[in-house]
Design a protein around this ligand. Structure first.
Ligand code: KIV
Length: 290
């Protein structure tokens, strides 16, 4: 007889209604683009928590645990202060909260650029400690050797070109990329370099639409756009941006809700109830049984 007390967690918020579905794999995402074309665009959103993942999972092909969590969750000014431990904590939560979507975790600034061996160790830790299926890193040609090293050693890599927020100090801001001929050519050659190195997909962020279209047409791997073009093979947005949690968002964000207003209104009503002693009422209090 087991002496271990089994806690019944069936009613816990952390236990989602089971909806077993097969999880999408890296090859399934990669092969979504056939002969250079994607008929059914890939849907990706960021997720940082288990509950968020539970709600987004059924709608998404991929969930990205983006290092944007530094700004969105931690209120940091840029993504540069995000650590591997932060990514692992949130990555594990998102894997626990999802069944279907492929989960990809960002490698934070400074955790992979030093050498391909450093990148391998960071990616290994992220995959082992979160259970995610792939990592994302920023950079094109300069990261090709690292991408080849990781992908040939069992680590699927999504690349990220164009506006790469970890390079904000080099780029001088978060403006769109590709306005000069040099930048235009670099975005296309970065895309080709990461594809040749073995990336299974690439995010193209904040690039002029004609460049995003050329990139999508010229690569065999899926190009996931953000501030790019509807012609890309898929789209990604920061979930809190599209839910309207922030007043200030990049121009490329479409707000599908105004959650900031919803939350503020609810908190205001709660505060009123508390101050009027109308919460908790008899529905929310325990009375002695007769
Ligand atoms: O960190 C992030 O959320 C990202 C997406 C915006 C692509 O990299």
């Amino acid at each position: 007889m087991s002496t271990t007390f089994q806690l019944d967690t069936a009613t816990s918020r952390a236990t989602p209604t089971p909806r077993p579905r097969k999880r999408l794999t890296v090859p399934a995402i990669r092969d979504h683009k056939k002969e250079g074309k994607t008929s059914d665009p890939l849907v990706m959103l960021t997720a940082y928590t288990a509950r968020q993942a539970q709600l987004l999972d059924e709608h998404c092909d991929m969930l990205l645990v983006g290092d944007s969590l530094g700004q969105v969750i931690y209120g940091l000014p840029t993504t540069l202060q995000v650590t591997v431990d932060m990514m692992i904590a949130h990555g594990a939560a998102v894997v626990r909260g999802s069944y279907h979507a492929l989960v990809i975790v960002d490698m934070p600034f400074g955790s992979y650029e030093g050498s391909k061996e450093q990148a391998f160790e960071t990616a290994r830790r992220i995959m082992a400690e979160t259970g995610c299926a792939a990592v994302k890193l920023e950079g094109g040609d300069s990261m090709a050797e690292t991408i080849a090293f990781l992908s040939s050693r069992g680590i699927p890599v999504m690349a990220h070109v164009g506006l790469t927020p970890q390079a904000v100090n080099v780029l001088g801001g978060y403006g769109a990329r590709g306005r000069s001929q040099r930048e235009h050519e670099k975005i296309l050659s970065d895309g080709k370099a990461v594809q040749d190195a073995g990336a299974f997909a690439v995010v193209a962020e904040g690039v002029l639409e004609p460049i995003a279209i050329s990139l999508t047409q010229s690569l065999d791997i899926p190009v996931i756009g953000i501030g790019a073009s509807a012609e890309c093979d898929g789209q990604v947005l920061v979930t809190e941006d599209m839910l309207g949690m922030f007043e200030r968002v990049p121009r490329f964000v479409k707000k599908y809700e105004n959650l900031a207003e919803v939350i503020s209104k609810a908190a205001g009503k709660y505060a009123e109830d508390v101050r009027a002693r109308s919460f908790p009422s008899s529905d929310q209090t325990y009375q002695p049984k007769d």
